[in-house]
Design a protein around this ligand. Structure first.
Ligand code: ATP
Length: 245
């Protein structure tokens, strides 16, 4: 599934002094980093580190208290609608209509995003996630993993240049994990990924860049190869010890 019509931009994602406060508490505290196009960032950190809060701001679902996010030159604050067209989100919430079939759901989202040749695109994605034969079944009758697969297809329908993943492996059986890995590999070209995961092995295997958060702050950011896997594991273990803010 090649990406359609994107212009190459060196910096795909620029996160600048991003902060989110809930009451007096900073869930994300002065986080800055940039990612080149095609990067895969794995975000690690203990419970409550601010990972989901960061991802929600990148998805335009939550407004930063301070700081900014720019996606291929588009400011999320100034042009959220335009930015949203270039973003796909896979989270715990499948964002599907349970009373619609898998196919109806995908056709609906294709329409929302103004996807051309939507029927063909929907079939292509249903095939890719191994659910073509269940396309006429309502999503409410699906298992969690099947729902997750449909949700992956939904997130890719608009051919996003930035794909955000919040614990995408949770609830998937080993076969679905394989399908997911193949899917990600097949759509990686020219896209940028940000994935939140507690699975160090998976996260490191996929990553080109890593971000470790603790208590909302950046403990480490860099290209994956800057640290040997053992050094990285040690760093991660020490952050878990910092506990919840
Ligand atoms: N809507 C909210 N209102 C108040 N506090 C919130 C809200 N959302 C998140 N927080 C707080 O922000 C902090 C970071 O939460 P967040 O969900 O981003 O952490 P996380 O790193 O994703 O954790 P986990 O690994 O447990 O999913 C926590 O202290 C949490 O209580």
């Amino acid at each position: 599934m090649p990406r359609r019509g994107s212009s190459p931009v060196d910096t795909a994602l620029k996160v600048d002094h991003l902060t989110k406060s809930f009451g007096g508490r900073k869930a994300v505290d002065d986080v800055s980093f940039t990612l080149p196009q095609g990067a895969f960032l794995s975000v690690f950190g203990p419970n409550g580190a601010g990972k989901t809060t960061l991802l929600r701001m990148l998805a335009t679902l939550s407004r930063p208290t301070e700081g900014s996010v720019t996606l291929s030159g588009i400011s999320l604050k100034e042009e959220p609608e335009r930015a949203r067209e270039a973003i796909g989100l896979i989270s715990h919430n499948p964002m599907l209509y349970p009373d619609l079939t898998a196919e109806e759901n995908l056709l609906l989202f294709a329409k929302l995003y103004g996807v051309g040749a939507s029927q063909r695109r929907v079939m292509e994605l249903l095939e890719a996630v191994g659910l073509k034969h269940r396309r006429f079944d309502r999503v409410r009758t699906f298992s969690r993993g099947m729902t997750q697969r449909t949700s992956i297809a939904r997130a890719l329908i608009n051919d996003p240049s930035l794909v955000l993943l919040d614990e995408p492996y949770s609830g998937l059986d080993p076969h679905a994990i394989e399908i997911f890995d193949e899917l990600i590999a097949s759509v990686r070209e020219n896209r940028t990924f940000v994935m939140v995961s507690h699975d160090l092995d998976k996260g490191l295997a996929l990553a080109s860049h890593v971000l470790v958060l603790a208590r909302g702050r950046v403990v480490h950011f860099g290209e994956k190869d800057e640290l040997a896997p053992d050094e990285f594991r040690e760093l991660y273990r020490s952050t878990v010890g910092l506990g919840v803010s």
